[in-house]
Write a protein that binds this ligand. Structure first.
Ligand SMILES: [Zn+2]
Ligand SMILES: [Zn+2]
Length: 268
């Protein structure tokens, strides 16, 4: 079947390869999709990560002792301390990115796989499949785990630090969450949910979709006539052509990031 590349728009003919093997765009090598497979490992990983997250919330994360005073901190204390010190917005962001959004993501993965395994689709599974890739950039459990390690190095000279049980379960949760995310591929998932893609009559491999008067859906890979609808007729996600002033925006953001990088590293 024909699949457009989201990065360079080249339409290429792909044939399902071996299970678990990524198919790449022949021009820019962007990974296009992984063929649909009867995947039982992904929901098992998602369930394990959920279990480890639950354990991390029940037990203490870090213990420290200074001048004879001992204290244990939980994962949620990190946000609680921020809220006390007048940063409620930061506290909400921390809780959302390390607990709430990852938990919703993992629950969605379990629900969608239960739906795939049951005779008919379960309610809400298509809605959740649309939201899965949008949740991905907001999950930062791994960032939190690494940031905690970096801050430990700084305070280890000032107090006696102990890594408690939730430290290990949270690190395991962050790692298994990462593995679950890398195993998800939206185009393969949509094929399992909605069946094979339809091929427009004028579509050909070897040229860009735009030059053929077509547009490819970035989520499910469906090719469809350009400018006919704002939503994909296969998965009902929003379609978009090239973003206006794309290169100018990237340059502006890049220069701003470089400017911010210096004070961020030089000042306390
Ligand atoms: Zn490409
Ligand atoms: Zn679509």
């Amino acid at each position: 079947f024909l699949l457009p590349c989201h990065e360079c728009d080249l339409v290429s003919a792909v044939s399902p390869g071996k299970d678990g093997q990524w198919l790449q765009c022949p021009r820019c090598q962007h990974p296009l999709m992984r063929p649909a497979q009867n995947d039982q490992l992904t929901p098992a990983l998602a369930f394990t990560a959920l279990l480890l997250l639950t354990l991390s919330l029940l037990f203490p994360y870090l213990g420290f002792e200074k001048n004879g005073i001992e204290r244990a901190m939980t994962v949620t204390d990190a946000a609680y301390e921020l809220a006390i010190y007048h940063h409620p917005a930061l506290a909400v962001i921390v809780i959302a990115t390390i607990i709430v959004i990852p938990a919703l993501y993992l629950l969605s993965v379990c629900w969608i796989h239960m739906s795939l395994a049951s005779p008919g689709p379960l309610p809400g599974s298509l809605f959740l499949a649309r939201w899965l890739p949008r949740m991905q950039p907001w999950m930062m459990a791994d960032v939190f785990a690494i940031a905690a390690l970096v801050s430990l190095v700084k305070i280890i000279a000032m107090a006696h630090i102990q890594l408690l049980s939730a430290f290990w379960t949270f690190s395991g949760f962050a790692l298994i969450l990462l593995i679950t995310v890398t195993r998800m591929n939206t185009i393969g998932l949509w094929q399992r949910l909605l069946g094979d893609l339809q091929q427009p009559a004028q579509a050909q491999a070897g040229d860009t979709a735009q030059r053929q008067g077509l547009i490819g859906c970035q989520w499910c890979g469906q090719l469809q006539p350009l400018g006919q609808s704002h939503r994909c007729h296969h998965c009902h996600s929003f379609l978009h052509e090239r973003h206006p002033f794309n290169l100018q925006r990237v340059w502006a953001l890049l220069v701003t990031a470089i400017l911010c990088c210096f004070p961020a590293h030089l000042f306390p």
